[in-house]
Write a new protein. Structure first.
Length: 297
């Protein structure tokens, strides 16, 4: 199958050439929450926009098929999957770095997604005091009850827009086991649906200004804001700090145990600059997998 031409992904799918792509680490590693592994296969099924996609590894690339819903644009899928980012250049730049260097050489092809900002915001509102399996359940339930069915499988729903979420209110999310997060979901939905908060404007803002705008929303702290900025709004300075990233910064860069998360983030930005978001994902991945191998997870 030839490489895709600009335009719509054709019937039968499109082959996207890419020298390295860690499909499970990228699709199912905590950036996005509505992808599910294909039974008995190494691929994944998920929804991007109003298209149900199946993505499978292929020789020197990825095979992307639109299996239901609306046609998908080749350029939008390339962007979503982060295929144009120069990982080889990043690896060369940080070859001597004590933490990031081994991560980049050890976990080839881990990429940052560029998700829809609204769905990404909802996913990380849902992430507060939660875990990936539960977030997947909560996000899937929200899509199934308030989104539009666009395919035959259980997860084949377009994600509901802010207007739909705002119209049903907080209780609807509580009924879907969102708990205390339901209040913040409704607040964000009302702000975005009313036009008082325009997520796309954050694309053109300096990083700190964009983060300040996000944390002004009720229930959005610095970590959630940085996740949204890193995984949908391509703000390279974003550096979400959780326990795994803290451990990485302590172990490999000498961050004091009592250093605040905010200070850890600033330390990372000083070191990595516009590469901070990518650095975070690789350090997170390396530290979490090391803990799992040692039985600490």
């Amino acid at each position: 199958m030839s490489s895709p031409s600009p335009g719509i992904i054709p019937t039968g799918g499109a082959f996207f050439p890419v020298s390295e792509f860690d499909l499970p680490g990228t699709i199912d590693g905590g950036q996005a929450f509505r992808w599910h592994s294909l039974e008995g296969e190494s691929g994944y099924r998920g929804v991007v926009g109003r298209s149900v996609l199946e993505v499978r590894p292929a020789d020197r690339g990825l095979l992307v098929q639109v299996v239901s819903g609306e046609p998908a644009d080749v350029g939008e899928i390339r962007s979503y999957l982060g295929l144009d980012y120069d990982l080889e250049g990043l690896r060369a730049k940080y070859a001597g770095d004590p933490g990031l260097g081994p991560a980049l050489s050890g976990y080839l092809g881990l990429r940052l997604l560029r998700q829809d900002p609204w769905e990404c915001l909802c996913g990380f509102i849902c992430s507060a005091a939660s875990n990936i399996p539960r977030i997947k359940l909560n996000m899937g339930a929200l899509a199934a009850t308030q989104g539009e069915r666009i395919g035959p499988e259980p997860g084949d729903f377009a994600f509901p827009g802010p207007e739909a979420v705002a119209s049903v209110g907080e209780q609807a999310a509580r009924d879907l086991a969102w708990g205390f997060r339901a209040r913040y979901l409704e607040g964000a939905a009302v702000a975005v649906a009313s036009g008082n908060f325009v997520l796309e404007r954050l694309l053109d803002m300096p990083y700190k200004e964009a983060r300040e705008a996000l944390v002004a929303l009720d229930g959005i702290g610095p970590k959630i804001a940085d996740c949204v900025l890193a995984f949908s709004l391509i703000q390279g300075e974003a550096f979400p700090v959780d326990r795994w990233v803290r451990r990485a910064m302590e172990e490999w860069y000498g961050a004091p145990e009592k250093m605040s998360n905010a200070a850890v983030g600033e330390m990372a930005r000083e070191r990595f600059g516009e590469d901070a978001a990518y650095a975070q994902q690789y350090l997170f991945h390396r530290q979490r997998l090391a803990a799992r191998a040692q039985g600490r997870v």
